[in-house]
Design a binder for this molecule. Structure first.
Ligand SMILES: Nc1ncnc2c1ncn2[C@@H]1O[C@H](COP(=O)(O)OP(=O)(O)OP(=O)(O)O)[C@@H](O)[C@H]1O
Length: 201
């Protein structure tokens, strides 16, 4: 269980939000909504331990999640606005760059990730040749490579076509069925069945 307990965010001199609390249980998905600048990205970064909390706490199974940064990093996968795709590497090399492990299991996982985001046909081309939506799919493919319990997603479906959104919805459903959690900042409807919504205002 992830618990956001009474947290506040200050950017510059500006209080973005305060006393924000919610929980995410295993298998749950939460959509973060709110106007531009409300603090959705800031909140995701706080939960990831990338931006300090102005006050409050992020708890994992009842303990301070941010106290051990490497343990926290291992339990989460962060999909930001920037796709962080390496343009000079091929599509499959980009995925390889993101994974470790022994070669056989690693290659099988890369193959499975390419299938899930429908990039098998483009596996050997340089990532710089991908379209915006294809780059986004490659970034999403990274989510499949790690057994992270918590997915933090910033506008994950921007640029995706209808079929890709449906495939991403299936990925999220599988992740949740295995007990995974999702928090996604969004201005659009997301393919998350029975997801809850937290509005920043
Ligand atoms: N490093 C920073 N220093 C100062 N202010 C910042 C910094 N990063 C973001 N901000 C400000 O914090 C506020 C919240 O930004 P944030 O990106 O969290 O909003 P958001 O809800 O994700 O917006 P959007 O819907 O446009 O993506 C904005 O007013 C932004 O200008």
């Amino acid at each position: 269980m992830l618990e956001i307990r009474s947290i506040a965010a200050i950017r510059g001199d500006h209080l973005l939000f305060e006393d924000l609390s919610f929980t995410v249980a295993e298998g749950e998905a939460v959509a973060l909504t709110g106007r531009n600048g409300a603090g959705k990205t800031t909140l995701l970064r706080m939960i990831a331990g990338l931006t300090p909390l102005a006050s409050g706490a992020v708890l994992w199974a009842g303990a301070d999640a941010l106290a051990d940064p490497s343990a926290h990093h291992a339990r989460l996968a962060y999909l930001g606005h920037q796709d962080a795709v390496k343009p000079g590497l091929t599509v499959s090399e980009n995925l390889r760059h993101w994974t470790g492990g022994v070669r056989a299991s690693r290659d099988a996982r890369i193959q499975a990730a390419l299938e899930q985001v429908d990039l098998l046909d483009l596996a050997d081309i340089p990532a710089r040749m991908l379209s915006a939506g294809q780059k986004r799919r490659l970034a999403i493919g990274r989510l499949c490579l790690r057994q992270a319990a918590l997915w933090l997603l910033d506008e994950p479906v921007t640029g995706l076509d209808t079929a890709s959104i449906a495939r991403f919805g299936a990925m999220i459903a599988r992740h949740r069925a295995e007990g995974g959690m999702v928090i996604a900042a969004t201005h659009q409807d997301l393919p998350m069945a029975e997801g809850r919504s937290v509005r920043l205002s």
